[in-house]
Design a protein around this ligand. Structure first.
Ligand SMILES: Nc1ncnc2c1ncn2[C@@H]1O[C@H](COP(=O)(O)OP(=O)(O)O)[C@@H](O)[C@H]1O
Ligand SMILES: [Mg+2]
Length: 408
């Protein structure tokens, strides 16, 4: 027994762990070496050599495509880190924007201006006005930017191609060239929506990443284990099993999550070394189908909508629920969380959003049901797991709100 909670916390902190530095296993960590992406990094260096060679009046845009976990985001961010170290141009900035978070042209221009320390009032401007401010700000300060727009396909599906034209037009309306771009997407389908001449200017600068093979994943996991774990605490068999499991999808992110999970299972077992069995245990606890960060960036009402679907599915034990079932649970949840329930049409737009992000599936009821109704299901990870992610984030945002209220 521990004499106090403090003692328990101290003992926990002192308990030996195989993990030396957990930060190296976080999804936001950008490793200094990217096994099997060295060539692509060099290709980017060649494509953007105007930045390192001081050709100032030059703009370039490229696309990086590939399946989930193929290293798109990491590659672009690592390239940005290197550029920040080597580019000597005055006022050079590398700006990374995830379009799933900044999900409208307005928000994109807003965040671009903010990142360049230009604060503008939150309301009252149109996208065109913001674009105009942005160009003026570029001209006044003679900035040179490399802007990465990650998950641009998500934004284009959601709001159309205007954002691409607005960004590319900047080079035409300002006489000098200030901005180069990297667009990241799962595939090139979003380009097909552009006119053919704009499309063709993308073709030569396209980097397509393949999913990682099992042997690629072995190298990636091994190099991460060397960074994050104490020497010789991860067995080769454990590394091979992680690579084997993750090679079904070629997703490096899943492989790193398994490594992290296996480390924790090993600590829980008080084992000095990570064995394949720890990997097996980790596998049963991790669900790569659900991207936590996708759920975390949903608005509070989108989260409540999703939660209402999960609750109802759990309660009825059916594979599908109807929209009216979801709405009634949503209203109850709003009450529970002190939120004002939104109107029917708004609720539909939340469903639409969740469906676009592939978090839920919506289909029209077929024969055998009275009238036509929309049926909702959740295809991937176990319900309890998704619910847990939402509940944690809701408690957090609730805490933030009450803290703000107390401060205010
Ligand atoms: N070549 C690599 N070397 C080391 N780690 C990698 C590599 N590729 C991907 N990762 C890791 O895998 C995870 C997923 O990569 P990410 O760039 O987010 O993939 P994507 O953007 O294609 O979905 C990240 O945590 C990243 O650190
Ligand atoms: Mg990514």
């Amino acid at each position: 027994m521990y004499s106090s909670d403090e003692d328990y916390f101290k003992l926990l902190a002192e308990k030996p762990s195989v993990i030396k530095n957990e930060g190296y296993l976080s999804i936001s960590f950008i490793p200094p070496l990217l096994p099997h992406r060295e060539e692509e990094l060099r290709l980017l260096a060649k494509q953007y050599k105007h930045l390192t060679n001081n050709y100032l009046n030059f703009s370039r845009y490229a696309t990086i495509t590939g399946p989930t976990g193929s290293g798109k985001t990491t590659l672009a961010k690592r390239f940005g880190q290197i550029l920040e170290n080597v580019v000597k141009i005055k006022n050079f900035h590398f700006i990374y924007i995830n379009c799933r978070i900044y999900k409208s042209p307005y928000l994109i221009f807003n965040v671009l201006l903010q990142k360049l320390n230009k604060n503008i009032p939150q309301r009252g401007y149109s996208v065109e006005e913001l674009q105009h401010f942005f160009v003026k700000h570029l001209q006044q300060n003679k900035y040179k930017l490399l802007i990465v727009l990650d998950e641009i396909d998500y934004l284009v599906t959601r709001t159309g191609t205007d954002i691409l034209y607005s960004l590319l037009r900047i080079g035409e309306i300002s006489q000098d060239q200030y901005v180069s771009y990297i667009f990241i997407a799962k595939n090139t389908n979003f380009l097909k929506l552009l006119d053919t001449s704009t499309q063709s200017s993308f073709h030569s600068n396209h980097i397509s990443l393949d999913r990682y093979s099992e042997s690629d994943l072995i190298d990636i996991v091994r190099s991460r284990a060397e960074l994050a774990f104490y020497k010789e605490t991860v067995t080769d068999d454990a590394i091979r099993l992680i690579a084997d499991i993750a090679s079904k999808t070629g997703d490096a992110r899943y492989a790193i999550e398994l490594l992290w999970g296996a480390g924790h299972c090993c600590d829980n077992d008080n084992s000095p070394v990570v064995y394949p069995d720890h990997v097996r245990k980790a596998k049963s606890l991790i669900h790569p189908e659900l991207r936590k960060e996708v759920v975390l960036v949903l608005s509070i009402h989108e989260k409540l909508t999703l939660l209402s679907i999960l609750r109802k599915l759990k309660h009825t034990k059916n594979a599908y629920i109807s929209t009216s079932d979801a709405i009634s649970t949503y209203r109850l949840l709003c009450e529970e969380y002190g939120e004002h329930p939104r109107k029917h049409t708004q609720f539909w737009s939340y469903l639409n959003e969740l469906s676009k992000q592939d978090i839920i599936n919506c289909k029209l009821s077929g024969k055998g049901m009275k009238g036509k109704t929309t049926l909702i299901s959740v295809p991937d990870a176990p319900l309890a797991f998704i619910e847990d992610v939402i509940l944690k984030s809701l408690t957090k945002s609730k805490g933030e709100v009450s803290q703000k209220k107390e401060v205010g």
